[in-house]
Design a protein around this ligand. Structure first.
Ligand code: NAP
Length: 369
């Protein structure tokens, strides 16, 4: 295995107009060959990257793309690697680890504060700082592993809050037009746990995201776990900090510790079905929970279906299973392969199809080249 750099790119980084990276030193970016990428993913699974580099600013990113284009390499961009399953054969292309940092807070009128954060910033760090500053908007998204750059791609959400509500714009390198672009919230085409970035796969490499937060917001505590938590505490008017603490505690008790297990959190999306399909399923399974969306469709709790109908909560096959406290979360023991995870997920898909007729969709990105 070759671990030596195949390319060393030097460039000077000065203040970039409208951005927040201020470093006038000559920086070096290494492009390396045959680097194991399992270590950069929370599943801790997958073979090597043919080429690998960590980009710390937009100039690095440009160089990495240029290098890949010259060699006609497919590109895989990773942040925290928390929603990713890499093939056992690895990635026969360029893996770019986005480590672009920086946070720029700007106070506007009417208690609105915008923050532009580098795509490589830790998501949880951004949420913590926003709550510490007394800003509403991200508190329900506490304790989610990953980076800022991944938040618009997946339109991350929890406890009734989707990040799309807070995103003002996204700055990205457009690998088709070969330039940096600013995309508005509308351009991003956000839907449930989905965005245009997933459909125009590989076209945009996000370098920064701007969020709009408020000093005068309201907390959302509609989800049962949150309601129960505050009822138990006798807290009828939870503050911003209370909600963040509650989410952290609930998630800690319900989800696996990412440092102990190989996992990417929820492996599938909750299915959304027509009202008619929901009525049919309710006849078969009267206790099936469903949440009616604004457009009349009904979102089903896949965790419940896997647990109660498919007998899959805590199910283990070989090195892979569902988490004992939440069946929607697939966990892998050390030594598990990507193939085992795929086989296991196919088994879950088969069981759900048998019981409900629904073809469920993965939430985790499958990286193979
Ligand atoms: P939960 O509260 O047990 O609820 C089960 C499912 O029912 C959730 O997935 C949720 O959909 C839906 N739901 C519950 N109450 C709802 C309401 N009042 N209105 C609309 N939908 C409702 O779920 P959980 O597993 O403990 O997760 C809690 C939250 O964290 C959820 O929002 C979940 O999506 C999120 N989460 C995400 C990941 C990930 O890796 N992506 C992992 C764990 C948890 P939604 O999923 O649409 O909220």
């Amino acid at each position: 295995m070759e671990l030596t750099p195949v390319a060393v790119i030097r460039h000077n980084v000065g203040p970039i107009d409208g951005l927040f990276l201020f470093d006038t030193l000559a920086l070096i970016m290494l492009i390396q060959k045959n680097i194991p990428i399992a270590q950069y993913t929370t599943f801790k699974i997958g073979g090597p990257a043919r080429y690998f580099c960590a980009v710390k600013n937009e100039d690095d990113l440009l160089e990495a793309v240029k290098f890949s284009k010259e060699k006609k390499l497919p590109i895989l961009v990773i942040g925290g690697g928390s929603n990713l399953l890499v093939a056992d054969s690895g990635f026969n292309g360029m893996v770019i680890r986005n480590e672009i940092k920086g946070k720029d807070w700007k106070e506007g009128n009417d208690g609105i504060v915008t923050v532009t954060a580098g795509a490589g910033e830790d998501w949880e760090g951004l949420v913590k700082e926003s709550v510490d500053r007394g800003l509403y908007g991200l508190e329900g998204l506490s304790s989610i592993p990953g980076t800022v750059g991944a938040s618009p791609v997946q339109n991350i959400g929890a406890y009734g809050v989707d990040v799309s509500h807070a995103i003002k714009s996204v700055r990205a390198f457009d690998t088709t037009a070969l330039g940096f672009v600013s995309l508005s919230n509308e351009d991003c085409g956000f839907t449930y746990r989905d965005s245009m970035f997933k459909h125009e796969k590989g076209r945009y490499i996000i370098s920064a995201v701007t969020y709009e937060l408020s000093k005068n917001g309201k907390v959302s505590v509609e989800y049962k776990d949150l309601k129960d938590y505050f009822a138990k505490k006798g807290n009828s008017q939870p503050t911003l900090k209370d909600v963040r603490e509650a989410v952290i505690e609930i998630r800690k008790n319900k989800l696996p510790d990412w440092t102990d297990w190989g996992t990417a959190g929820s492996f599938f999306k909750n299915p959304v079905v027509s009202a008619q399909k929901f009525t049919e399923l309710k006849k078969l399974y009267p206790e099936l929970p469903g949440f009616t969306e604004q457009d009349g469709h009904v979102k089903l709790s896949l965790g419940w279906i896997l647990d109660k109908l498919c007998n899959a909560k805590g199910l283990t096959i070989g090195n892979v299973g569902t988490y004992e406290k939440q069946a929607l979360v697939v966990v892998a023991k050390p030594g598990a392969t990507a193939q085992e995870v795929l086989d296991f997920s196919n088994e879950l898909m088969r069981r759900v199809k048998d019981k409900t007729g629904i073809e469920i969709e993965g939430e985790v990105e499958w990286a193979v080249a």
